[in-house]
Design a protein around this ligand. Sequence first.
Ligand code: FES
Length: 160
Amino acid sequence: MDKAKTVAEADLARINEIVAEYSQQKWALIPLVQKIQSEFGYIPPQSILIIARALGLYPCQVQGVISFYSQLYTEPRGKKIVRVCRGTACHVRGGKTILKLVNQHLGIEEGQTTPDWEYTLETVACIGVCALAPNIVVGDRVYGHMNPKSVEQLFKKDKE
Ligand code: FES
């Protein structure tokens, strides 16, 4: 079932509560959408009209700002975001193979979310710890020196 299309009434009530805190404060658009995203993991599309009305903006203005920032999402994402580094140092040390293995372990491609909403898989340019290449980031934690065995252990351990 598509979570984006099924925001429960209780969720809409909560969105209205959050939005009410920022009523008529156009400057507050960014903190407002960030707050909604931090609570729901994404910005439910149903909230765009509510936000626009409350702040005195056009819905397309709200949508435009959300689309502009790549860190804002209107689609639900997994509880854990897995980022495989595709920077040069990671690439030359087998990053492509690591990505393929993560694809296989999670059963999803880049940009997809597992059906249980546990993981979303992304790739990322250099994360700044090239000495540990190849790297994977799960949530806020960096896993360095990845190899086929450590990829398997990482996701096996995580499933236990
Ligand atoms: S290239 Fe992967 S951390 Fe720098």
